[in-house]
Write a protein of this length. Structure first.
Length: 168
């Protein structure tokens, strides 16, 4: 068995692939996360700290975020998106506005890479605000991500890495 811990599997994208910056599914819209989303994102993250830990898991966020800290994070997401290294989205719902975020990361970023995980081509994770969760958008965003990864991206074997995966 090969020890892959510490490695990241680069996203395999076709030459010239132009990642969609806007995705739609029913009443859910996702657009590439940018610094323009700063105020809504800080508000959303800080209102959702416990829910993010319970549903998405991982080591982020460690606590409330400030605008200065989050600005750096959003610019990093913009650069990663531009360079095709990862894809982060701001998610909105009709009549609700900002409801959370979704991420398409290389395998090995969110959790240590193993032989089993290396069989996947993208790590998909997401979170929604408490109000959106209560309204069923956690499950709906999971459905949207399944749709988008199959239709709008060249991924054939996604790994949904959240701690809480809705039953399909």
């Amino acid at each position: 068995m090969t020890d892959l811990n510490g490695y990241t599997k680069k996203l395999a994208l076709p030459e010239g692939f132009d990642a969609p910056r806007l995705l739609r599914y029913d009443d859910v819209t996702a657009h590439a996360l940018t610094r323009d989303d700063l105020v809504a994102d800080v508000r959303g993250v800080n209102a959702s700290l416990d829910l993010i830990r319970e549903t998405r898991g991982g080591d982020w966020p460690t606590g409330p975020v400030t605008e200065d800290e989050n600005y750096v994070d959003l610019v990093w997401h913009e650069c990663e998106f531009r360079d095709g290294k990862s894809f982060a989205f701001c998610v909105e719902a009709d009549g609700r506005g900002y409801i959370g975020c979704a991420y398409l990361y290389p395998m090995g970023v969110r959790q240590p890479l193993t032989e089993d995980l290396a069989a996947h081509d993208v790590d998909v994770s997401w979170w929604v605000t408490p109000d959106a969760y209560e309204a069923g958008y956690y499950t709906k965003l999971h459905q949207a991500l399944q749709h988008w990864t199959a239709r709008d991206y060249p991924f054939t074997h996604p790994h949904y890495s959240n701690l809480r995966i809705p039953s399909s």
